[in-house]
Design a protein. Structure first.
Length: 78
């Protein structure tokens, strides 16, 4: 799985770098990545790409609503 080549290339690169940083340092993103890799048996890079999409959706929602980051809203599985 990879990020599509649509849209701004720098923005995609920054989202990927932010996701990598979050997976290393943020407990919520670490837990989601670990759940994908260990429980769902998803390959690591595919899990990172899924986290990129999650981060993009979080950033858009934060901008639309004018809210700060809320970890309780981040860690929700369907």
């Amino acid at each position: 799985m990879k990020i599509s080549k649509r849209g701004r290339s720098r923005l995609r690169r920054f989202i990927f770098m932010m996701t990598m940083s979050l997976v290393m340092n943020n407990p919520e993103f670490q837990a989601m990545h670990a759940h994908n890799v260990q429980v769902k048996k998803v390959k690591k890079m595919r899990s990172i790409m899924k986290r990129c999409g999650k981060l993009a959706r979080i950033l858009v929602a934060m901008a639309k609503r004018g809210e700060a980051y809320n970890p309780q809203k981040t860690y929700q599985y369907k």
